[in-house]
Design a protein around this ligand. Structure first.
Ligand code: ADP
Length: 249
C-alpha cells in the first residue's frame, strides 16, 4: 500500500548493467511537499536511481508511481508533462540568449504556442511579465539582459532553475545543484531551492551534507545500490551503517 501522502514512489526498483546490479530492490517514497535528498558514497547508485525515476533509463525490475499513476512504461517527455521535471531536462538554457529571453522561451515552450501567436502583443506582454517575475524569483533581475554564457556558475544554475520553474512542475528533480560552487553561491542556491519548493516537491541528489542537513526534511542513504537508511538528518547520521559508509561522519 502507498503512503497516502506519497507523490513519487519507487517499488522494488532494480537496474542491472550486463549482470552488474547497480540498483537493487530500492523502495523510495517521497512525501508530497517535502524536500527529499538522495545521498551516498560515489558509485552508490544515486545517478542511476535518478535516471530511472526520470525514465532516462529503463528498470530491469520494479515500478515507478508518480501522483498515483504507474509511469514505469512511459517516455521521459510524457512523465515531464505530468509535472515530474528534472532540472536541465527540457529546460536547457541557450548560452547566447539573454536571461529574460531564456525564461521567455521556456514559457513559450510550456504554453506550446505556435510561432504566429508569439507575435500577438497581448500574449507577448503576458509572457514578458511572467518571465520577469521568474527572473526576480531567482534574484537575477540585475542580469535581465546579460547573456547566459556570461553568467557566473551559480547564476547559470539560478537561470536553469528559473527556466525549470517556467514549466510549472509539480515535482522538481535536481541533480547535484551545488556541484562546483563556493560557499556564497551555495547559500544563494539553498535559498533558491527553498523558494522553488514552495507548493511543490523536490528530490535532489546532493554530496554536500551540510546543505542536506539544513535544507532537506527526509534523506535516503544509498550504498551499493541499496537504501541503507531513511529519515531525518539526525536519524540517518546516527545510523552505524551510514557512519561506516561515510567513514568518520
Ligand atoms: P553514484 O551516482 O552514486 O556515484 P552511479 O549510479 O553513477 O553511482 O553508479 C552506480 C554503479 O553502477 C557504479 O558501480 C557504476 O560504475 C555502475 N554504472 C552506472 N552506469 C553504468 C552503465 N551505463 N554501465 C555499467 N555500469 C554502470
Amino acid at each position: 500500500m502507498s503512503p497516502p501522502d506519497a507523490i513519487l514512489e519507487a517499488r522494488g526498483l532494480t537496474k542491472e548493467f550486463l549482470g552488474f546490479v547497480a540498483v537493487n530492490n530500492v523502495n523510495l517514497s517521497v512525501r508530497r511537499g517535502s524536500i527529499h535528498a538522495l545521498i551516498g558514497p560515489n558509485g552508490a547508485g544515486k545517478t542511476t536511481v535518478f535516471n530511472l525515476l526520470t525514465k532516462f533509463l529503463t528498470p530491469t525490475r520494479g515500478a515507478i508511481v508518480f501522483d498515483g499513476v504507474d509511469v514505469t512504461a512511459e517516455q521521459p517527455a510524457a512523465v515531464a508533462r505530468r509535472g515530474l521535471v528534472r532540472s536541465f531536462q527540457i529546460s536547457a538554457t541557450f548560452p547566447h540568449l539573454t536571461v529574460l529571453e531564456n525564461v521567455r522561451v521556456a514559457l513559450q515552450r510550456k504554453a506550446g504556442l505556435a510561432t504566429q501567436f508569439w507575435r500577438s502583443d497581448r500574449i507577448l506582454g503576458q509572457l514578458d511579465d511572467r518571465a520577469r517575475e521568474l527572473v526576480a524569483a531567482v534574484n537575477l533581475e540585475p542580469y535581465l539582459h546579460a547573456h547566459a554564457v556570461d553568467l557566473s556558475y551559480g547564476r547559470k544554475r539560478a537561470l536553469e532553475i528559473a527556466t525549470t520553474l517556467a514549466l510549472d512542475p509539480v515535482m522538481l528533480l535536481l541533480d547535484e545543484p551545488m556541484a562546483g560552487m563556493g560557499h556564497e553561491e551555495i547559500d544563494r542556491v539553498v535559498d533558491l531551492i527553498r523558494a522553488a519548493a514552495q507548493g511543490r516537491t523536490v528530490l535532489m541528489v546532493e554530496h554536500n551534507l551540510s546543505v542536506v542537513s539544513h535544507l532537506c526534511d527526509t534523506i535516503s542513504v544509498l550504498q551499493r545500490g541499496e537504501v541503507i537508511a531513511e529519515g531525518s538528518y539526525e536519524h540517518v547520521s546516527a545510523d552505524p551503517r551510514v557512519r561506516e559508509a561515510y567513514m568518520g561522519m
